[in-house]
Design a protein around this ligand. Structure first.
Ligand code: NAP
Length: 276
């Protein structure tokens, strides 16, 4: 029987996940289909009960339900528990287990797309919202030398560093971080600054950027933010947010099916759809 997978969120209509997953199911000959489920915030418990009752094999979870689903699951893995958010649920014969593949997906995309090992690297994360949280805790599980945080509301960066309880991290105001750019090998924008429609905005001045630094932006709309354009012009190696989107999906796909999909094909589909 064809297995059913899907995405629960509110709204979900613009998600590119069905495109990636359904193509991968077909190419790998897996009899399954990925659907979008728009779930009102008041109906999260019913939606999870529905996953159980209908035998839905797995779901992704997106905004605003990533925290709300947790009380209704049978278990969550250590990383998802630490960050307090679930983006992937596996239905293991009626036992619902929550994971979070956003941060691990980001780190895998960074390593593979930029062909870089994070061992010994000095990294600056800009932003301290939901996206930053998963990325920061995933970076803590690498052998990076420093993983510093900066954010407009500096208290939120401080809070993340405290939670991380890891001697490799410090936090700075944006203004102070701007004066320290030459200390980093990798810089990651996790804020929404520069995202469509406010495409002229930039999260941090790049005046002190060293050529050869890796500059990564998790925004994928536009595909190249103004910040990435400027970083490139200053000699940086740049990465956009498509990799994170695709690799978080690929890691979820692997948890559901045990198979690793063709990420380059997924990327190509996503980029084509975003260009449209
Ligand atoms: P969020 O939880 O709302 O956090 C937003 C972050 O942006 C906070 O650090 C916030 O700073 C900062 N920010 C917002 N407006 C700002 C401004 N005008 N000036 C300076 N800082 C500002 O959002 P999120 O879920 O982390 O998402 C952030 C971005 O990541 C979005 O563009 C989203 O599309 C993208 N994203 C991409 C992927 C992917 O797969 N590629 C996955 C997740 C998210 P304060 O704390 O000071 O408010």
């Amino acid at each position: 029987m064809e297995k059913v997978y899907g995405l629960i969120g509110f709204p979900v209509e613009h998600s590119l996940s069905p495109l990636m997953h359904n193509d991968a199911f077909v190419r790998l000959g897996i009899p399954a289909r990925y659907h979008l489920f728009s779930v009102h915030p008041k109906q999260v418990s019913e939606a999870i009960a529905g996953v159980r009752a209908l035998g839905i094999a797995g779901v992704n979870v997106t905004i605003p339900h990533k925290m709300a689903v947790i009380p209704f699951l049978d278990d969550i893995d250590d990383h998802a528990r630490r960050i307090g958010a679930v983006n992937t649920i596996v239905n293991d014969n009626g036992r619902l287990v929550g994971y979070n593949t956003d941060g691990p997906g980001y780190v895998k995309a960074l390593e593979e797309e930029m062909d870089v090992s994070l061992d010994g690297k000095r990294i600056l994360v800009i932003g301290a919202g939901g996206g930053a949280r998963g990325i920061y805790f995933s970076l803590l599980s690498t052998a990076a030398k420093r993983i510093d945080m900066t954010n407009r509301t500096v208290e939120k960066a401080e809070q993340l560093v405290r939670e991380g309880e890891d001697g490799r991290s410090a936090y700075f105001s944006l203004a102070e971080a701007e004066t320290r750019l030459d200390e980093y090998d990798i810089m990651i924008n996790t804020t929404s600054v520069g995202m469509h429609p406010r495409v002229e905005a930039q999260p941090l001045s790049l005046e002190r950027l060293q050529p050869g630094t890796i500059v990564s932006d998790i925004i994928y709309n536009p595909l190249e933010t103004k910040w990435l354009k400027e970083a490139k012009a200053r000699g940086a190696r740049v990465q956009n947010g498509v990799g994170m989107l695709v690799y978080q999906g690929a890691l979820a796909f692997e948890k559901w099916t045990g198979q690793w999909p063709d990420v380059n094909r997924m990327k190509q589909l996503v980029i084509e759809a975003l260009r449209r």
